[in-house]
Design a protein around this ligand. Structure first.
Ligand code: FAD
Ligand code: FES
Length: 283
């Protein structure tokens, strides 16, 4: 029976359409949600997340890596790290999945209108930021200059490298890439700095008084970047951090994702640094 109403507890049926390998442990999954999901998915804002269920394995939070398409197709960039993600990576094309959502607070795109945007991505953190990049690029006249600084451990772990390079060559975003370790083998036409992401930021000249900065990456990265950003003059209200916490319900019922008095699933996952400065365990 087709669903007609949105119930946050009940997943919409979905079908795995395609899987494209991006690195040895990460792939981009195309998932088509049933027609009843199209309307709720159309309300998705970059930075929000979905609860993806893999039958026989469990349910995990995933932030879509693009805006849902008009027919309800989702792009999910997922790293294989454990039980559920392992099952997803081994799932056959055509198999049935489930999706609940979108949930949580995304990036404040209305407020970002007319402003330059600096995106700082570490490793898999590029996945949620890619949906923000897609959003910004679809309305280029609405937003200021877009700059992406992206760091990965090694060149072969740099996700979406080719499409980002094409966007940079087209002048649609400024792109700065860095890897933690110098490549052991030739990387062809690929060139990037060697060093950590905060080093790229040091000495980088940008309009700190007006820019919004969106950050997504492993927790130690946040601590290193915050001092640089505040020191450069970016207000804590305009520093936006996408946080990851272990989640169960995704809708504020189980308290699994508590961050002090806040819940990552309904007050986040995107927070302003000004909100987190009062929660010592957040970063
Ligand atoms: C809002 C949100 C958005 C996310 N978006 C993405 C995404 O776009 N792509 C993606 O690949 N992953 C994303 N994740 C992480 C993803 O949900 C976990 O990797 C997944 O739940 C792991 O499930 P598993 O059963 O495969 O691993 P498990 O067997 O449960 O755990 C394997 C390992 O991963 C660690 N782990 C599991 N979940 C988390 C978590 N939430 N935070 C930190 N460590 C964790 C465990 O401690 C363990 O070491 C997101 C998480 C959140 C909260
Ligand atoms: S995951 Fe249940 S309250 Fe956040």
């Amino acid at each position: 029976m087709n669903r007609t109403t949105f119930d946050p507890h009940t997943p919409f049926a979905a079908t795995l359409l395609d899987r494209r390998s991006l690195s040895e442990d990460t792939a981009l999954f195309s998932v088509l949600a049933e027609p009843a999901a199209v309307e709720p998915l159309a309300r998705f804002l970059p930075g929000q997340f979905l609860q993806l269920s893999v039958p026989g394995a469990g349910e995990i939070p995933i932030s879509p890596a693009d805006l849902p398409s008009a027919d309800g197709t989702l792009q999910l960039c997922v790293r294989r790290v454990g039980h559920v993600t392992e099952h997803l990576h081994r799932a056959e094309i055509g198999c049935k999945l489930g999706v609940r959502g979108p949930f949580g607070v995304g990036f404040p795109v209305e407020e970002m209108t007319g402003r330059p945007v600096l995106l700082l991505a570490g490793g898999l953190g590029i996945a949620p930021l890619r949906s923000l990049i897609c959003y910004l690029l679809r309305q280029p006249e609405r937003f200021g200059e877009i700059t992406l600084m992206y760091g990965a451990k090694q060149p072969q772990l740099m996700l979406f490298r080719e499409e980002l390079s094409v966007l940079a060559a087209q002048g649609r975003l400024r792109l700065y890439l860095t890897v933690d370790f110098a490549p052991q083998q030739p990387t062809g036409d690929f060139s990037c700095a060697v060093g950590l992401l905060p080093e790229l930021l040091q000495g980088f000249v940008f309009d700190a008084q007006r820019s919004y900065v969106a950050v997504c990456g492993p927790p130690p990265l946040y601590r290193c970047l915050m001092d640089e950003l505040l020191g450069a003059g970016v207000a804590a209200e305009r520093i936006l951090l996408s946080l990851e916490r272990r989640m169960r319900c995704g809708i504020g019922r189980c308290c699994h994702c508590a961050l002090g008095q806040k819940l990552c699933c309904i007050d986040g996952p995107v927070f302003r640094l000004s909100e987190l400065q009062r929660i010592p365990e957040a970063l």
